[in-house]
Design a protein around this ligand. Sequence first.
Ligand code: MLT
Length: 340
Amino acid sequence: MGTTSRYRAATRMSAALSLVALVAACSGNGGATGRGGTDDYPGRNITFVVPFSAGGPTDTVTRMIAEPMAAQLGGKIVVRNVEGAGGTVGAGEVAQAEPDGLTVLMHHIGMSTAPALYEKLGYQPLKDFETVGLVTEVPMTVVGRKDFAPATLADLVAYVKANANKVTLANAGIGAASHLCGLLFQTAVGVKLQEVPYQGTGPALTDLVGGQVDFMCDQTTNTSGQISAGKVKAYAVTTPQRVKSLPDLPTTAEAGLPQLQVSVWHGLYVPAGTPPEVVRKLSEALKVALAEPRVIEQMAKLGTAPVPPEAATPQAHRTKLEEQLGTWAKVIADAGVKAS
Ligand code: MLT
């Protein structure tokens, strides 16, 4: 069954369910729709799909909010890593899942870059998903292996210009945030480097610390520990202001590369056709999780912060996704990059 007809079938099903819920509510039984209705949600374990390897930034953010969300929803949340193709394999799997609220995708800016990068993407972000709410917007850092020659971002720019044919740049696959940041770096500097794709920047950072690859862009939620431990060279942070938890790290603008500015917004998605009441319950649970002192503290330690409650809503998230799809389509077209 193609996406469109499945989407229509799910929409008909969702409309039927909403009608049943409406009839039940009018019949004065308190809206209980019986087993499997939205009142019973979740009723079973919820799977949060992370489209990158365990131990990376997307995985870290997901596990931060999973427990408090589960407590709020009165169920159990299981995190499952579905890697591949810059996050598009995991996203594609969720697009095809039952629209019952039991399969949720955590994804980031890559949801808005993939359509411009992949000719045959197995899903359409705005059509095959419901947005649940934004989660956090994470700064990126430019980091190099400890014994990499360049000492500063300016040195790195000069070095890659002189050695473009032998410098290796790690990322988590075409469509990943690390890929996008690397693309922006290469466009700003005017070089084409040898990219080394991983299933996530968790394993990429392990190789960087081991000296197997020269440098990469990655989120503070992954690199903060290794930067503080002196296990990698940190060149800059890609946000307009410095990151409180990395006060000595200059911004790209301060370090002479103002064009390299990007931060990685994250959101939760469910398959299109998921009942609105289920989407609402997930969004409410997300807001509660993002207000948890422990989550706020964990995020602060890793250079980021929860979005405000008004951004953790389906509409705010959808507005962000619509705007970002337009923004990156142009940047990527101008860069002439496509997933082979
Ligand atoms: C990326 O887009 O680079 C991902 O965030 C990497 C990851 O989460 O492993």
